[in-house]
Design a protein around this ligand. Structure first.
Ligand SMILES: [Zn+2]
Length: 219
């Protein structure tokens, strides 16, 4: 990689893998603009335009046409300064999403420099997810101490609550869903680029060190 080119990183990992935390600190370290596929969709769906309403309706039905995803992704990516790198998250849920991502990047003459898959065992993912709370306002996810039901969000002062629907069965269902959808997405990625596996069962600090070491050695 040429050092004067902006660095673009893509992250994969199931809920509970800590990818959001890693993405946040990495984005800060390398001054990357964070972009998340779900957040892009939700942002557009909230627009009071005809297109926004169509997106909202499509999301409610659970299917957003791939041309729309392309259009929204391209517009959001275009807003980022050409000299700033990208931190890309949550483009793993559907094959059309990742195909669109590659198309948009090619159009903007950007390439993916590092693609990390943070791998954790289902057992560890379940353990972590049962402890999590989500901010009602900004969707920040934190680990709550046992017995604590809610706290004030350090990022936006909203309220972070435990998810009421969170139980082992719903988590297992979500993980199974992740594995089935992600495998075809990862196959697509591996056909184009190198996928770097990181052991996410370790502490946040150790995972971060592994990622940084990889980047610094291969820069
Ligand atoms: Zn918040």
């Amino acid at each position: 990689m040429l050092s004067n080119k902006p660095m673009n990183i893509l992250f994969f990992g199931p809920s509970g893998s800590g990818k959001g935390t890693q993405a946040e600190i990495l984005a800060e370290k390398y001054n990357l603009q964070r972009l998340q596929s779900g957040a892009i969709l939700r942002k557009w769906a909230m627009e009071k335009t005809a297109f926004g309403k169509k997106v909202q309706a499509a999301m409610n039905e659970g299917f957003v046409p791939s041309e729309w995803i392309f259009q929204m992704t391209e517009e959001e990516f275009n807003k980022v300064d050409k000299n700033q790198g990208l931190m890309l998250e949550n483009f793993s849920r559907m094959l059309p999403e990742i195909k669109n991502l590659y198309k948009v990047l090619a159009k903007l003459e950007r390439k993916l420099d590092y693609i990390f898959l943070i791998h954790i065992s289902d057992k560890e993912a379940i353990k972590r997810m049962l402890k999590r709370g989500t901010c009602e306002k900004c969707e920040k996810v934190v680990v709550l101490e046992d017995e604590v039901q809610e706290i004030i969000c350090p990022a936006c002062t909203g309220i972070i609550k435990r998810r009421k629907d969170e139980n082992i069965e719903s988590i297992k269902k979500r993980l199974a869903d992740y594995h089935s959808k992600t495998s075809e997405v990862l196959d697509y990625v591996k056909a184009h680029d190198r996928l770097i596996k990181i052991d996410g069962n370790q502490s946040i600090e150790k995972v971060f060190q592994d990622i940084i070491s990889y980047i610094e050695i291969n820069k």
